[in-house]
Write a protein that binds this ligand. Structure first.
Ligand code: AHM
Ligand code: MG
Length: 336
């Protein structure tokens, strides 16, 4: 039928992860359940994010519980949603959240084989003004299923993750997911009426637009190579004749939104001076960008090769189109 409302040939996230499970003979179904649990938590968070402003004014009909919860800050509430659902899934062993100083080690009765590192609501400076925010996550399999789980299961190179992604709460809610071994990035848009994430961005490859994205207010703290790179995207090289088109500047200040735009449109995102956290900000985004055909680097080394020495360790990050990231790396070599 050419009537859009009668189409039934769409793919959902549920279809896709069940299919991935069927295609890998050694799969136990545990990762499928873990990912469904994450998808449920994103639906819940999306709903809370979209109602947050209204709840302050008109309240919410029904339970007093929601009212009480609303008095909490959104990042604390969303952290509780994720921790509770992941613990109860029975598939998690270790949870690392930006909101919790210590790792959460799941007790034996509910212990599974996966470790989830997440930032429940990233882009905190944008929460109160209605600008896009998101959830970021990276997943490891425990090193040894018979041994007690601990932070040693996540203090590993990002290249050892099994899957990673983010959920963007923007003009629509979009979940972008990649499996380490698939070299494929897929994006699913939440249809709030049917409550499903529907495949809308199959096999994402980085766009080719010339965009640079960084908090330029921090230039006084940037390394020389970054300064020279920023100069090169705005001004023609010395001696250049003929036309020169400077790059466009775009910076939301929510990593999820800035990376999402970089994936779809292309360009480069830079947060050079080590604010962003490795486990639940840099690693997941690095895996997504690599699997979409780009690169993610500190300027001196591949992000996914870092071995964090602390669960909240930070790194500088430059990610996006390969030629842009390599241009920055070349400048680091020149100045080192
Ligand atoms: P948060 O975890 O406190 O929200 O901080 C992380 C955010 C990222 O989403 C974003 O890329 C960066 O911080 C923006 O920082 P700045 O406001 O310094 O530009
Ligand atoms: Mg964050």
């Amino acid at each position: 039928s050419d009537r859009e409302d009668l189409r039934t040939d769409f793919t959902t996230l549920t279809n896709d992860i069940l299919h991935a499970q069927q295609c890998s003979p050694e799969a136990t179904g545990d990762l499928t359940i873990l990912l469904s649990t994450l998808a449920s938590s994103f639906k819940w968070i999306s709903n809370v994010v979209r109602k947050a402003e209204l709840m302050k004014v008109i309240g919410v009909t029904g339970t007093t519980n929601v009212q009480a919860e609303n008095q909490q800050k959104l990042d604390i509430l969303t952290n509780q949603i994720m921790c509770n659902l992941l613990r109860d899934s029975g598939k998690a062993a270790v949870l690392i959240s930006e909101e919790d100083e210590e790792a959460i080690i799941i007790p034996d009765a509910q212990k599974g084989n996966y470790c989830v590192c997440f930032d429940p609501l990233d882009g905190s400076s944008n929460i109160d003004c209605g600008v896009s925010i998101g959830t970021i996550f990276g997943i490891y399999h425990v090193k040894d299923t018979r041994a007690p789980a601990g932070i040693h299961d996540v203090l590993r190179a990002g290249g050892e993750m099994v899957a990673a992604g983010y959920c963007l709460y923007g003009s629509s809610t979009v979940l972008v997911l990649t499996f380490a071994n698939s070299k494929q990035v897929n994006g699913y848009t939440l249809d709030p009426h049917i409550g499903e994430f529907v495949l809308t961005h199959p096999k994402v490859k980085l766009g080719k637009k010339k965009i640079y994205s960084c908090n330029e207010g921090n230039v006084s703290k940037f390394d020389k190579p970054i300064l020279e790179y920023l100069q090169s995207v705005k001004y023609p090289p010395p001696g250049h004749t003929g036309p020169f088109t400077p790059y466009s500047a775009r910076y939301v200040g929510s990593m999820v939104a800035d990376v999402h735009r970089t994936l779809l449109y292309g360009g480069v995102f830079l947060y050079p001076n080590g604010k962003l956290r490795i486990l639940y900000e840099c690693f997941p985004m690095a895996l997504l960008v690599e699997n979409a055909g780009g690169k993610a680097s500190t300027g001196r080394e591949r992000i996914l090769d870092i071995i964090p020495d602390h669960i909240h360790a930070r790194s500088g990050i430059i990610l996006g189109n390969t030629e842009e990231v390599e241009a920055v790396e070349a400048l680091y070599k020149k100045f080192d």
